[in-house]
Design a protein around this ligand. Structure first.
Ligand SMILES: Cc1ncc(C[n+]2csc(CCOP(=O)(O)OP(=O)(O)O)c2C)c(N)n1
Ligand SMILES: [Mg+2]
Length: 550
């Protein structure tokens, strides 16, 4: 007689077999069989305080390692809580898989416990979303989800797992165990690569804009090589502020003068202002390289709206493989001194107003954001493996423009605030030595402050630099700008003691209301060996916007 396994055992063992031994999760009736199966399978269940946090952690894991992050949540409300966070992972093209428990198939349509059309709900925020049908094939569902998440334009995938499938006993001979399936990456076709190199060589003022796929350490190094080989300034655009992102210095001045824009795995969308209208040369030509043919089609359509065929080459390919192909074909030697355009471009990109090095707060007991990041900078620079996380709002924009970005995570094009504490925790599980810093505002910390309990319980130290201005200032700034200074309302908060909340969760708290005290507070937080929050009282300050002096 052969032995049998539960569907839940097949899920747990398949995850392990596919190299996904760490699972970010929150318990619930529909998935307790998987928790049980995790014991024999040897899965590390990192259990958190909100399902969205589990998704954010899987997202950070995917971005930092390039390997799929796995989130596991219960059905109905657990799934509903998780779905919102998939929007961030989708925007950042992060390879991750959400597995959700699900009402039993025999309950469906009969008012089953926590019954919900889960696959339909997750569909708009995933690359693929389905409900498993056959317990013997559960492992294959997971392998297929991983293949889709890591192939082409990477992104999240969802699979719902009905509880009767997880409880079903399957004869071992009938189980279809999954094999690891290699991710599919498209190589650029040779003639397209030649055309792009020719377009770059023929342009006077080319600019290369890469998407989030190249925002990791290897991607940035590859992009630097591409810039040196082609003489075209090459940047990553991963912020919803797009061409206005202060990370990119005076980029708006630069892009306005470009005669060729090469989009390297970067959608022609709102962030690039569709490369048309005021601020762009109406004759600017566009090259679109993307793993997703639909985005090349869209670029063709968008680029054609203005003045005939502005899209000069469309090339379906993986961004890294395309960059490598362009580097190997480019004629300009890396030793050749940079062109005057490249020098001008670098000056614009590195441009930061001189006054930032001396700017101080005018409000007693409050720091200016520039004072905070002048103090933090040496700590971020100390170790090249430091992970820096920036999370939305006006305060963090100062961090994004003043701190080095070698190993940086931001919430991304989705523009959704609140993920940084989950990102920091997941980053610490990958980076065991170098500091992990999260920069965020007082509004943003409220979304997932309870993850400090998770971090303390798991012994995962990181340092959150909290800019506390007692308001949702990014939105207050919109009110001030659009509706007038006397019409700001609905965005006020209290100067709450988030540092004390963090200490109560078992972390380390610091309260800072003068600039001189900040470096020592950071040092103490790092030495505490605990997840820490430095609650820095700041002046409400609009995000920086950098223009070249004309
Ligand atoms: C999930 C989500 N909800 C709301 C917003 C809108 N939003 C963007 S920034 C911001 C204010 C953030 O406040 P805080 O964290 O205190 O940073 P500050 O701007 O005050 O520096 C809000 C509400 C968003 N981008 N994402
Ligand atoms: Mg604030």
């Amino acid at each position: 007689m052969t032995s049998s396994l539960r569907g839940a055992d097949i899920v747990a063992r398949s995850l392990k077999r596919l190299g996904c031994g760490r699972v970010f999760t929150l318990s619930g009736n529909h998935i307790m069989s998987i928790f049980d199966a995790a014991i024999e399978a040897g899965l590390d269940l990192v259990h958190v305080r909100h399902e969205a946090a589990a998704v954010h952690m899987a997202d950070a894991h995917g971005r930092l390692t390039g390997e799929p992050g796995i989130a596991l949540v219960t059905g109905g409300p657990g799934h509903a809580n998780a779905v919102g966070a998939l929007f961030t992972a989708l925007g950042a093209e992060s390879p991750m898989v959400l597995l959700s428990g699900h009402a039993a198939t025999w309950e469906l349509g009969r008012g089953g416990f926590q019954e919900l059309r889960q696959a339909e709900m997750a569909a708009p925020v995933t690359k693929a979303s389905w409900t498993a049908k056959d317990p013997a094939r559960l492992g294959q569902d997971i392998a297929e989800a991983i293949r889709i998440a890591t192939s082409g334009r990477m992104g999240p995938v969802h699979v719902s797992l009905p509880s009767d499938l997880l409880d079903a006993k399957i004869d071992e001979n009938d189980i279809l165990w999954p094999e690891h399936m290699a991710a599919e990456r498209g190589t650029p076709n040779e003639s397209a690569a030649d055309e792009i190199v020719a377009a770059l060589a023929g342009a006077q003022r080319p600019v290369i804009i890469a998407g989030p796929q190249l925002s990791n350490v290897t991607g940035r190094a590859l992009l630097a090589k591409l810039e040196a080989a082609t003489g075209a300034p090459a940047v990553i655009m991963e912020s919803p502020r797009g061409i206005l992102d202060a990370t990119l210095g005076a980029f708006t001045d630069l892009i306005g003068r470009a005669d060729l824009i090469v989009l390297l795995g970067k959608a022609l969308d709102f962030t690039t202002k569709w490369a048309s209208g005021p601020g762009f040369d109406p004759a600017v030509r566009i090259v679109a390289i993307d793993p997703d043919p639909a985005l090349i089609e869209r670029a063709k359509h968008e680029a054609g709206k203005e003045k005939g065929a502005r899209l000069v080459v469309g090339c379906t390919a993986d961004a890294s493989l395309a960059a490598e192909a362009l580097i190997s074909r480019a004629k300009i030697s890396a030793k050749k001194s940079p062109s005057s355009w490249l020098k001008e471009a670098r000056t614009a990109l590195d441009n930061r107003p001189a006054e930032w090095s001396s700017i101080v707060s005018r409000t007693p007991g409050r720091l200016h954001p520039a004072e905070v990041f002048r103090a933090l900078r040496p700590f971020v620079e100390r170790d090249p493996d430091t992970v820096l996380i920036c999370d939305g709002g006006e305060f963090a924009q100062w961090g994004q423009s003043m701190l080095p970005l070698r190993r940086r995570l931001i919430n991304g094009v989705a523009g959704s605030i609140g993920s940084s504490l989950s990102f920091a925790l997941a980053a610490r599980m990958i980076e065991h030595r170098a500091p992990v810093f999260a920069v965020l505002g007082d509004g943003t910390i409220g979304f997932h402050i309870s993850e400090f309990e998770t971090a303390a319980r798991r012994g995962l130290p990181f340092v959150a630099i909290l800019g506390n201005d007692a308001r949702w200032n990014a939105e207050s700034e919109i009110q001030r700008r659009e509706y007038g200074a006397n019409r700001t309302h609905g965005c006020e908060l209290t100067p709450a003691r988030y540092d004390q909340v963090v200490a109560a969760f078992g972390g380390h708290g610091e309260y800072v209301d003068n600039a001189a005290a900040l470096p020592e507070a950071i040092e103490r937080a790092l030495l505490s060996g605990k997840p820490a929050c430095i609650n820095v009282m700041i002046e409400s300050t609009a995000a920086p916007s950098i223009r070249l002096k004309v």
